[in-house]
Design a binder for this molecule. Sequence first.
Ligand code: G3P
Length: 221
Amino acid sequence: MKPILLINFKTYEQGTGKKALAIAKAADLAARKTGANVILSVQPTDLKDVSKAVSIPVYAQHMDPIKPGSHTGWILPEAVKDAGAKGTLINHSEHNLDTDIISANIEKCKELKIVSVCCAATPKIATELAAFSPDFIAIEPPELIGGDISVAQAKPEIISDTVKAVKSVNPKVKVLCGAGVNSTEDVMEALELGAVGVLVASAIVKSAAPGKVIESLIKGF
Ligand code: G3P
């Protein structure tokens, strides 16, 4: 499996609407130029437009495991898939969910045949969530999110401990890591520690030259 660069657009102004499209196209170009596995995770309102504009996979940032019907203001998994999403983040530390909702979301992903990326703030939580067999666990220490120091530099043991713990629960679950990732070296280090890729937001989305940052991160593969 090729290493993964998963770009979370969050709700940054620079990652919204037309600006989301511009970053998405830069990521698509970098992926085509290098052959790297780049995935985008965008807001629900941008899923359709971004999915149509690029050839790389686009994921949602969240969905609600509800059935079609009388629910207002929720995100229907079938609608996420219909809008072009090939997967979704679940339980990002900026959108924490109860365990039963996480588990229902993972089941829904399996039913719809879309990829589940389940976020965890600690190796302990990662271990608990691995029991639900998501496709990926993304380990992200919340205190490092949005900062300049990457998880691989500040807390390398969190990545290796998570990889070990998750594999002991379910060897099929792959581990990504994120928080503060911003350089080629951060990516190299993350992969050396056993992650199969990185989850990155601010270093790319808030940059004046997102395409250049994407290329420098891909160099770490
Ligand atoms: O989902 C990715 C994220 O939480 C990491 O954010 O800004 O530290 O790359 P950032």
